[in-house]
Design a protein around this ligand. Structure first.
Ligand code: SF4
Length: 341
């Protein structure tokens, strides 16, 4: 019997941030140049991560997604992937990357047992990519996608954050690119999460706007049935090409949210918008504490969970960035790049 929260949502899906560092400065996540980074002495070792994941698996987690910041900045990452891949209860082991370093690591990740990859790619136009990422790395990201395919990764996904007036005219081109690469693109509504200090409501391109634009450019679109709690709704064009939309701003999906996030320094957040997290590092580093203590804490916290951050944000009439830069510097755990998106 899965562990359920107060809204009968199972603890199934753990997003595991292995670093808060990133080699890009995407304007919807890290628009500032300088950040207050997590204290290195607090960053969990691979062995500590493995023990914490065991406690989550004991409580029903079956899907693990490795994230960052940019996870490929964490040294020797394939070793951690191998440790996680050996946990037979984990039926889905995935990773989200910006792809900049992927060409060097794709084969090693595949050999280590990684099941799936999601690559963040917000534009195919070099100028727009640079405007969004504040770095000139489009070619490296494209090379990373090619290397992932060559390494044998199937079911690769592209994540594109759509911002009005910047890349919202590129949706059909991104679908065409994904079709040629035999991968699937998901368009993400621009979210007002921690770190998105430039977020403004008028910058959001809604699910319905995207579908209207794509119908005008690509013809009739068929909505596909949903089979799981994955955040993306999926659609199909007349020629069978599929794509997804993640619409947490205009159509939140908190009702089926089975996701939680562990930061690189062992803070557990049960919602992307949660103000406070739960310290699991202290328990995993307490040599006196029996391993069960970790699983007990996870059970206690999750069974009391009522989070529905996106629903609450949608209901509030005072909508602006979740926190300003000063507040974020005081509390770096509020940052999306610390929570792993
Ligand atoms: S806002 Fe929170 S509860 Fe809602 S889907 Fe996102 S993480 Fe889940």
């Amino acid at each position: 019997m899965p562990l359920l929260d107060q809204r009968q949502r199972p603890l199934e899906n753990l997003r595991l941030s292995v670093t808060d560092r990133c080699n890009l400065r995407c304007r919807y996540c890290m628009p500032e140049e300088n950040y207050r980074w997590l204290d290195k002495s607090r960053i969990l070792t691979f062995e500590e991560i493995s023990r914490v994941v065991d406690a989550f698996v004991a409580q029903g987690v079956r899907k693990v997604r490795v994230t960052g910041g940019e996870p490929l900045l964490r040294a020797d990452l394939p070793r951690l992937i191998e440790m996680l891949a050996q946990k037979s209860a984990i039926r889905d082991l995935a990773m989200t990357t910006n792809g900049v370093l992927l060409a060097q690591h794709a084969q090693a990740l595949r050999d280590a047992g990684l099941h799936r990859l999601t690559v963040s790619l917000d534009s195919l136009d070099r100028t727009t990519y640079r405007l969004l990422a504040n770095r000139d790395d489009l070619d490296r990201t494209l090379a990373g996608i090619a290397a992932a395919r060559d390494a044998g990764f199937e079911d690769i996904k592209l994540d594109t954050v759509v911002i009005a007036g910047i890349n919202d005219r590129e949706l059909p081109d991104l679908i065409e690119f994904a079709r040629e690469q035999e991968i699937e693109v998901r368009f993400i509504e621009y979210m007002d999460v921690g770190g998105a200090t430039l977020w403004r409501p008028e910058r959001v391109v809604s699910r319905s706007d995207m579908l209207a634009q794509l119908t005008a450019r690509c013809g009739a679109i068929r909505e596909l049935p949903r089979h799981d709690s994955a955040p993306a709704e999926r659609f199909e064009l007349g020629d069978g090409t599929r794509f997804g939309i993640i619409s947490s701003m205009t159509q939140p999906f908190c009702g089926t949210c089975d996701r939680s996030r562990l930061t690189a320094d062992g803070m557990w957040f049960t919602c992307l918008y949660a103000e406070r997290g739960h310290d699991l590092r202290a328990l995993v580093r307490d040599a006196e504490a029996p391993a069960e203590r970790l699983a007990e804490k996870i059970e206690r916290v999750w069974s009391g969970r009522t989070d529905a951050g996106a629903e609450m944000r949608l209901a509030s009439d005072r909508r602006g960035p979740l926190a300003d830069a000063e507040h974020l510097r005081d509390n770096p755990h509020l940052e999306m790049h610390t929570r792993g998106g």
